[in-house]
Design a protein around this ligand. Structure first.
Ligand SMILES: C[S@@+](CC[C@H](N)C(=O)[O-])C[C@H]1O[C@@H](n2cnc3c(N)ncnc32)[C@H](O)[C@@H]1O
Length: 307
């Protein structure tokens, strides 16, 4: 992509990560491979770019797009599984790491995956459909009314979490909730008409909350943030793009504290998070809540920053 056409957030991510020829990088959320393509072009054939994704379908999309790059190694892995991603880099330390959290439009727009409240599909929502893990349907069936309300409140910041949980509990006594449109409709009816959000579908927050719960998204991020610094080479950079205030807070705290488990000293490269430009949000409304933070490792606590 020509620099003039690169969206602000991607441009800033690349500037902060500054991939250079021969370096070793991790794209822990490769998705459709947009960021990876730019990184691969910069590190060149002498570098290594480990492209990880927990969803084999996304890994296949990325592999197709990145076919021509010698430096690319794909890994079907959670980004917090350092054994696997480091193994794919031949055990080398990373000069840079990127997480672009959440899901790609390809996943969100595929009704068969169950993330969409606009088209009908099964209430699945697993990032890896092959994993033997509970689906959204299982959670909606098994969680208590209180647990459901907590999920919607905590992960979705949904004001009407209790009313929605009550509506689900009474609905499932009659018949189980199996389909996305049924849930979207039920949520819509549980929220008073005058309180419907103006810019998003009334079920957006509940769907987001369920997806975060189904995939243990905050647990993966927390495990990653505890350990990443131990796998970054001196001077190594990290960038995280998050879409939720809970995630952003976790990243901010970890960068300030130096990655809890690793005694590292990090220089924070983004005093305030970088947000997308108005044009970018117009072109891709899902980018509206994106926040980019980056840091650079400059030492360990016993051997603090020299530069
Ligand atoms: C927003 S998309 C990434 C888009 C990508 N940066 C691009 O340029 O196309 C996020 C991707 O990360 C994957 N993902 C989310 N959480 C993950 C995790 N804990 N481990 C591995 N992959 C994850 C999702 O399956 C999805 O494909």
């Amino acid at each position: 992509m020509h620099a003039a056409h690169i969206p602000v957030l991607l441009q800033e991510t690349l500037r902060l990560l500054s991939p250079a020829p021969g370096e070793v990088f991790l794209d822990g959320t490769v998705g459709a491979g947009g960021h990876a393509e730019e990184i691969a072009a910069r590190i060149g054939p002498g570098g290594i770019l480990v492209c990880a994704d927990a969803d084999p379908a996304m890994l296949a999309v990325a592999a197709g797009r990145l076919e021509g790059f010698e430096c690319v190694r794909t890994a079907h892995s959670d980004f917090s599984d350092f054994e696997t991603v480091k193994g794919a880099a031949g055990g080398r330390m990373f000069d840079g790491m990127l997480l672009d959290l959440g899901l790609s439009s390809i996943q969100l727009d595929d009704p068969s995956r169950g993330f969409s409240f606009r088209e009908d599909g099964p209430l699945d929502m697993r990032r890896d459909p092959g994993a033997r893990a509970p689906t959204a349907r299982d959670i909606l069936r098994r969680a208590t009314e209180k647990e459901l309300a907590d999920i919607f409140h905590r992960f979705g910041e949904e004001r009407f979490s209790r009313r929605i949980a009550r509506a689900i509990a009474s609905q499932r006594e009659r018949e189980p909730l199996e389909r996305t449109l049924r849930l979207a409709d039920l949520v819509k009816r549980a929220i008073p008409r005058k309180a419907w959000p103006r810019d998003i579908h009334p079920a957006t927050r509940v769907f987001q909350a369920l997806r975060i719960a189904v995939n243990g998204e905050l647990d993966s991020l927390s495990a990653f943030l505890d350990r990443f610094a131990g796998h970054l080479a001196p001077g190594g950079r990290i960038a995280v793009i998050s879409f939720h205030s809970l995630e952003d807070r976790m990243v901010k705290v970890a960068f300030r504290g130096g990655s809890a488990g690793e005694n590292a000293v990090l220089e924070v490269l983004t005093r305030k998070p970088v947000v997308p430009g108005a044009e970018e949000v117009h072109a891709n409304p899902r980018a509206r809540s994106a926040k980019l933070r980056a840091a650079r490792i400059c030492g360990r606590k016993e051997d603090p920053c020299r530069e």
